[in-house]
Design a protein around this ligand. Structure first.
Ligand SMILES: Cc1cc2nc3c(=O)[nH]c(=O)nc-3n(C[C@H](O)[C@H](O)[C@H](O)COP(=O)(O)OP(=O)(O)OC[C@H]3O[C@@H](n4cnc5c(N)ncnc54)[C@H](O)[C@@H]3O)c2cc1C
Length: 467
């Protein structure tokens, strides 16, 4: 029997597997995806949010613990466990040496990457390179890896892990780490969680999934049904407005539309519905998925003119382009008269002095509802562009409640040999909201703790059996 079974094949699972192996345990990792799709959402990532008290290799200035904590407190509106959040924050200061030893390389922030040079360390080659490096290191250390191995249920006894099942195959282990992601790829579950709206629509039917199709929440559901303590709300998720032409799964980072604050956003009725210039884009990009989800048909259009071009990360698909605004309305399939009325009223309401996209400038609208409070400039310079937007789910926050040992808990009691990491428990730290790079901080911190604890539990049991 293997000492530690790790279920999942993304960042959290790999961190757990590597730590357990380094602690002397034999380790088997079961990844639901085939080898070519291994790595879950982690393969789409770009960076890790890191605390640091002084400049470090790829990170400028300082990003102290207190500032990181305040950022997290603000975005979650207090829906976070301070002790666990601080544990993640402190771990982010020290994990990169270990990551480097397993082949992960870092590079400075790219321009256009949400102003993150101070706070976020970028992975050279992105999350795909990180995942590949970890698999390479795991295999060299003797971790057994099996692909196409979705676990569908678990045998538990009095809160202890006994075995996992891949179909009819039973895989026993002395300890186990659950790191099988959220349920964002389970469209039926999303449908159930979001329900039907006042227009009779099922909003989740129009969601796109930014990452892997393998995070179906099978084990999350199993564990919740089995009585594991839960954390978080099923409707809370990281949701971004993405290009409506993105594929249903795995569109990744390049389908994000980053020009919202440079123009206006209209719904299917050609009406504006929110302040596009409320705050810097890095602080607002993650609310637009939910805003679009609340609009009729769960669709919206980001409209810009030639002045905006070159000021945002260009998305992978070019926008719909037109020489005049009426022509753009026609090409986008929006009511031309209403579209022109909305744009004319917006253009006439723009006030203010000097446009500066790097500051909360004084270009704003007057007498318009909703207002655009910064970067409001008339949309008057051809060519004009329109990008259709859909809600893109990054990951869900409903998870298993845990503590500083990463143990799964039943009725408030920690399991002796079952641990959890990554998206499956991120809701302990992120009750709602998001700050870029914290997903990988949580997965790395808790993956490493879970792996260490699982190895200790397994080796203790082995010693006990030998005595
Ligand atoms: C497009 C995109 C960009 C992102 N960018 C960033 C970023 O730059 N920085 C950041 O911090 N976060 C980012 N995130 C969020 C980040 O991806 C997650 O927080 C993090 O990867 C979670 O790691 P994980 O190991 O828990 O989950 P995942 O990496 O998703 O891994 C889950 C694994 O479990 C496997 N699995 C699922 N069910 C089963 C089962 N039943 N049996 C066996 N295996 C199973 C899956 O195949 C997968 O390998 C991004 C997400 C997306 C989608």
């Amino acid at each position: 029997m293997v000492d530690v079974l790790v279920i999942g094949g993304g960042n959290a699972a790999l961190c757990a597997a590597l730590m357990a192996r380094e602690a002397g345990a034999s380790v088997l990792l079961l990844e639901a995806a085939p080898r070519e799709w291994r790595g879950g959402n982690s393969m789409h990532t770009r960076n890790l949010r890191c605390m640091h008290d002084a400049p470090q290799d790829v990170l400028v200035d300082a990003y102290p613990e207190e500032e990181y904590w305040q950022d997290l407190l603000k975005v979650t509106g207090g829906l976070t466990d301070e002790a666990l959040a601080r544990l993640v924050i402190r771990a982010s200061a020290t994990c990169r040496g270990w990551m480097r030893r397993h082949g992960v390389h870092f590079q400075p922030s790219l321009s256009g990457a949400l102003h993150t040079a101070r706070t976020n360390a970028f992975f050279m080659g992105g999350g795909k390179a990180l995942v590949n490096a970890y698999y390479r290191s795991a295999e060299q250390l003797g971790v057994q890896v099996r692909y196409d191995a979705p676990v569908d249920r678990i045998a538990l006894q009095d809160g202890r892990f006994v075995a996992a099942f891949v179909g009819t195959e039973r895989v026993a282990a002395k300890a186990c780490v659950l790191a099988a992601g959220g349920f964002e790829s389970n469209r039926e579950w999303l449908r159930e969680a979001w329900g039907q709206n006042e227009r009779g629509e099922w909003p989740a039917d129009n969601f796109l999934i930014r990452g892997t199709q393998y995070n179906r929440g099978t084990l999350l559901k199993f564990m919740l049904d089995a009585g594991a303590d839960a954390i978080g709300d099923p409707t809370q998720a990281h949701m971004v407005a993405i290009d409506a032409r993105a594929p249903l799964y795995d569109g990744g980072i390049c389908t994000r539309i980053d020009c919202v604050s440079l123009g206006v956003v209209l719904n299917r009725d050609a009406q504006r519905f929110y302040d596009e210039g409320e705050d810097f884009w890095p602080k607002r990009y993650a609310i637009w998925g939910r805003l679009v989800a609340q609009q009729p048909g769960q669709i919206a259009w980001s409209i810009i003119d030639a002045k905006a071009v070159g000021r945002f990360m260009p998305p992978v698909f070019p926008g719909v382009k037109a020489a005049t605004l009426p022509a753009l309305a026609q090409q986008l399939g929006l009511d031309e008269a209403v579209f022109m009325d909305t744009l004319t009223r917006y253009n006439a309401a723009c006030r203010g002095g000097r446009f500066d996209h790097t500051q909360l400038d004084d270009c704003h609208t007057e007498g318009l509802a909703p207002a655009k409070t910064h970067w409001a400039r008339p949309i008057d310079t051809p060519p004009f562009f329109g990008y259709a937007l859909r809600p893109g789910v990054t990951f869900t926050y409903l998870g298993l409640k845990t503590d500083a040992t990463a143990a799964v808990r039943f009725g408030g009691r920690p399991s002796a040999n079952l641990f959890v990491a990554g998206e499956m428990m991120a809701g302990n730290v992120l009750g709602k909201g998001y700050t870029a790079g914290v997903g990988m901080s949580i997965g790395t911190a808790f993956g490493r703790i879970a792996g260490t604890r699982a190895a200790a539990a397994a080796l203790k049991e082995a010693a006990h059996a030998a005595a």
